[in-house]
Design a protein around this ligand. Structure first.
Ligand code: SAH
Ligand code: SF4
Length: 349
């Protein structure tokens, strides 16, 4: 028997081709598209404007449930939910929903594991297993869209800040963005999806050249190579000066602001010297800094900065005219915070 096709892996052109091979008229593809991405349907039998015979054929030749949700955890304040999903080959990924007053933000994964090995990150501590397909990237989004729809709510924002390095899985990540922003489908505004990168220079250049609308965040975390080398191994290949040149190229090409992410680690990258060095590096740039006190992970002994030190750090940036926000930590009690995602249910590892 030939392998079933995951329909979530097909774009509209490919879906139309698939439908043509089934000797069906083209408009059927668009109908299915709407079921998948406007109604979040994951059951062929519910697609009631398709002929019964086609629904049966689809169920024989294709599938829509490549991801099994293994666990779902809610933070004590009820505002954050994390799901652990299992992929068909046994790999695990996590996805986080963060509810705010007017927003429902999803933090999604692009790889099983990560090859970049940042020392403070739980995903980096796991190592790399494989890239996710487009379908695997977007299926958790559809799961949460379906869930929110029952409360008359929507996914309003997506951050590609879950497991993996999005630009290391460039093609599938950007195709997932295209899928989610398609205005005949899921129809999320491109500006509502943020891609976060550890700083893969050739990929950032490519992204800049494609002049996309999706905002870019760059995980900087240190202002000197000596310090960044210790935290982020790929800094040895693509050091800070080259990374910032590439960021400037991106800003010139797109006219868009860059966000720099900075996980504040007590005594490491939260010093006044680091703040001043950062100020000197990026003053005058079209950018913003997100400061995130480090979230604890099993494989790293570093501690989050104190509130007092965070304030001092931010004060220095202000002196350099650099705008910054201290990010509210979410879902720490269920290990759903930045850098805490991995492939296990907590308490069972
Ligand atoms: N690979 C991408 C996106 C996933 S990580 C990247 O590195 O940018 C999302 C963000 O969480 C990054 O800014 C990352 O540096 C940060 N992060 C990783 N571990 C963290 C931790 N323990 N505490 C706080 N932030 C962390
Ligand atoms: Fe990978 Fe990002 Fe974690 Fe670094 S911080 S290991 S790039 S997921």
């Amino acid at each position: 028997m030939t392998k079933k096709i995951n329909l979530y892996d097909l774009d509209l052109v490919q879906l139309t081709q698939f439908i043509t091979e089934l000797e069906q008229p083209n408009f059927r593809a668009r109908q299915i598209w709407q079921w998948l991405y406007q109604h979040y349907t994951d059951d062929f039998s519910a697609m009631h404007n398709l002929p019964q015979s086609l629904r049966v054929t689809l169920a024989e030749k294709a599938h829509l449930a490549p991801i099994k949700i293994v666990s779902s955890q809610h933070s004590s304040d009820g505002q954050t939910e994390k799901i652990l999903s299992q992929l068909p080959d046994g790999q695990f990924i996590e996805t986080v929903l963060m509810r705010y007053d007017k927003r429902n933000t999803l933090c999604i994964s692009t790889q099983a594991g990560c090859a970049m090995g940042c020392v403070f990150c739980a995903t980096g501590q796991m190592g790399f297993f494989r890239n996710l397909t487009v379908g695997e990237i977007i299926t958790p989004v559809l799961h949460f869209a379906r869930q929110l729809a029952t409360e008359d709510k929507h996914v309003t924002n997506i951050v590609m800040m879950g497991m993996g390095e999005p630009l290391h899985n460039y093609e599938n990540t950007l195709q997932a963005v295209d899928r989610l922003t398609d205005n005949e489908g899921f129809n999320l505004g491109a500006r509502k999806i943020t891609i976060s990168t550890v700083g893969l220079i050739p990929a950032i250049r490519r992204y800049a050249d494609e002049a996309r609308q999706t905002p870019l965040a760059v995980s900087l975390h240190a202002a000197t190579d000596a310090e960044r080398d210790k935290l982020i191994p790929i800094n040895k290949r693509w050091p800070i000066a080259e990374l910032l040149d590439t960021c400037r190229y991106y800003i010139i090409k797109t006219g868009r602001r860059i966000t720099f992410e900075w996980a504040l680690i007590a005594g490491k990258n939260d010093t006044i010297e680091q703040a001043q060095a950062l100020g000197r590096l990026i003053q005058g740039m079209l950018c913003h800094v997100n400061l995130i006190p480090l979230n604890p992970t099993k494989g790293y002994g570093g501690q989050p900065s104190s509130r007092e030190q965070v304030d001092k750090f931010q004060e220095v940036l202000t002196q350099y005219g650099v705008s910054s926000t201290v990010r509210v930590r979410r879902g720490i009690d269920i290990q759903a915070g930045c850098g805490q995602l991995r492939d296990r249910i907590i308490n069972s590892n």
